[in-house]
Design a protein around this ligand. Sequence first.
Ligand SMILES: [Zn+2]
Length: 409
Amino acid sequence: MTASFSLSPEAAEPRLQVARRTLERLRSVPALAPRYASHVNIHTLDRLATVPPLAKEDLNTALAHLEPAAEQAATWLFQSGGSTGAPQVGYAPTGFYMAGVHAHWQPLDRTDVFVNVWGAGRMWGAHFLAAALADLAGCRIIALGSVAPQEYGDWLAFLAARRVTAIGGTPSVLRLWFAHARAAGLRLPALRKVLWLGEAWQPQLAEDLAVVAPDARRWGMFGSTETWVVATNTPDCPADTFHPLPDQLVHADDDGLLDFTTLNPEMLNPVLRYRTGDAGELTACPCGRPGSAMRVLGRRDSVVQVRGLGLDVDELIARAERAPGVARAQVVLTERRGRATAVEVLLLTGGQGAAPDAERLRTELFAATFTLSTAFQHDPESFRVRPVEELVSNGRTGKTAGLVLREGA
Ligand SMILES: [Zn+2]
């Protein structure tokens, strides 16, 4: 019964008081109380497995009611994407729980020169949690954040001159760095460590790294703004396989979805069987480290990554289809080397009635979709809405999917 949890009953059950306290917090939220009414006294993993999973919307409902605050230090608000006009938020205390991560995972040491290229503004969390990890490692930190495309060349020359040994960022952003370096013939010979978080690892990144920084190896973290860092891996692990931290109880459901329950009493977000939308399984890692590892098999919900932010395709389509004159809508995401270059909403007009006002709808969707207005803040023209006579369908299957992915300029 309990093999679907990352920890054994002997290891997890004495620590379930945190989960019971989280349950009480969730029961105090009026909108959520009914669903938890019959769930009390979760003392065993089998009982925990009967608690209803928590979706992102539920967690945000709970946070809006609970407004948690850290016992010590400041409470930070970070964005967790969101499809509405305002960002949805997750909370964390200063330190971002990284001491617990560092106790089990030490990719950096005092000799490292670490470049942090996760973006540092707009309530993004990864930059700060990576900085907290580097702080614990006692290494040198270059807090670069995000840079404009025309700046890569100069910064790469600076980083080479500083003999940087480690870099950390979202895989799609790291790809921009290494693709640019490769194209420009630049090398980072001292680079040995690439820390990543936020998206799946990209094999093309390994190809560019082999040329630009042949001694560099990947060190991955898996997590979300709701759960914070759940699991980590090393260069010896497959890129899709992570070792859960002991404060994070990972569960693989019968339907193949992963959910997460915090065992950390300091966790501000009420993370109790929280589903990130990732599918996966618990397995043994080929690296040989004992214990249950978590293999991530991709997302199962309608959220796609657009420049590191989650875009809920189904919700965008639903909004477009509410506009007058729209029979059906479809989202076309164009990527170039793994980075979103454009998002287009195609409107199938057809039928009776007036043609839709595409420009007006474009303005509305852009303003109402936080991920779009943030991801395309510097190039809003890359989000388009266009009436068409037919949607894009798959010639092989004949199906017309809500989302079409294209590789292009
Ligand atoms: Zn491993």
